[in-house]
Design a protein around this ligand. Structure first.
Ligand code: NAD
Length: 292
């Protein structure tokens, strides 16, 4: 177990990890680093963080685990500066929580201390952001994807796996490229579709007072647009760093939208209700496979 942890970026994910670590092992000493450390004092008062400090003055001495939980592109810079820090202890490991993995690994892989970095992605969270919304419970039972690279060693991967398991997470290990391709479909596409739906709705009804729309907004609309409330800062980094995979799945998605539009048109023109039943039945069967 790690005795001294530094969390860089005490937001939704960093804060949730801190809470769960303290719940499981109160004696672990946690320092949180942020751009405005004074905004993190609440976490000290609540007992989830022992000390806060500025991100410009990270003290690597005696720290055995760094958790970088900032937006992906800033994580790359932070991880690189940790690897470059001469005070980095010889056994210290650095993990991140970023939603995209390959660009981080590409950046660090030629560093002589690249083996210290182990890419991680907790598949936990929500459209909310910031420490205020953090809670240990988002990690309970959540999958954490660990993406080892060729310079990692088995003992370090095992130590990181144990760490997440101690936080009650389930582990899946795969390579970064597979991770990025999969989450483009399961996480990034849904976010973009939710944003586009919100944008489309707003364009169609921007002359209507939002208050007057309320009677028409049911649970389905709220479910489908919930993700559009996510942090623009975080999503800009995700989309930029996984753009090729995202564009590929968006193109597939556009084909699906065209397909269903054609089916509706054909069913209407030929008064063939069966065409629509068949389409929705096929989709429902696929849905059942993933929601069993
Ligand atoms: P968040 O906005 O709640 O927290 C981000 C933290 O990073 C904040 O403390 C913020 O002040 C800090 N930060 C932002 N930009 C920074 C910069 N340039 N330099 C230094 N610090 C900076 O976001 P989050 O939801 O906790 O996400 C953190 C990471 O975890 C991201 O990489 C994200 O991709 C990943 N992630 C998010 C979710 C989710 O659902 N929110 C799920 C899994 C992984």
């Amino acid at each position: 177990m790690f005795n001294r942890i530094a969390i860089i970026g005490l937001g939704l994910i960093g804060g949730s990890i801190a809470r769960m670590v303290k719940k499981k092992c109160e004696s672990v000493y946690i320092t949180a680093y942020g751009r405005k450390p004074e905004s993190l004092y609440n976490a000290v008062k609540e007992g989830f963080i022992d000390e806060v400090a500025s991100i410009d003055a990270i003290d690597c001495k005696n720290v055995d685990l760094f958790i970088v939980a900032t937006p992906v592109l800033s994580s790359i810079t932070i991880i690189n500066s940790l690897l470059n820090d001469p005070q980095l202890e010889s056994g210290a490991l650095i993990i991140d929580a970023g939603s995209v993995k390959q660009p981080i690994i590409d950046f660090v892989i030629n560093h002589d201390k690249a083996h210290r970095f182990v890419g991680c992605h907790p598949m936990a969270g929500s459209e909310k952001s910031g420490y205020t919304f953090s809670t240990h419970s988002i990690l309970t039972g959540a999958w954490v994807i660990i993406t080892p690279h060729q310079k990692n060693n088995d003992a370090d991967i095992a130590a990181i796996k144990n760490f997440w398991e101690m936080l009650e997470c389930r582990i899946h290990i795969t390579d970064a490229a597979t991770h990025d391709k999969m989450v483009a479909s399961t996480s990034h596409l849904p976010h973009i579709v939710s944003s586009a739906l919100m944008e489309c709705f707003f364009s169609a009804h921007n002359d209507v007072n939002p208050f007057d729309m309320q009677p028409f907004i049911g649970k389905g609309f709220k479910d489908m647009t919930r993700l559009a409330g996510g942090s623009p800062d975080m999503w800009a980094d995700i989309v930029l760093s996984n753009n090729a995979n995202i564009i590929a799945v968006l193109e597939d998605y556009l084909q699906s939208v065209i397909k269903v539009t054609d089916i509706i048109r054909e069913a209407a023109q030929s008064a063939d209700r069966g065409l629509l039943c068949q389409y929705f039945e096929e989709v429902q069967n696929k849905w059942n496979k993933y929601h069993a």
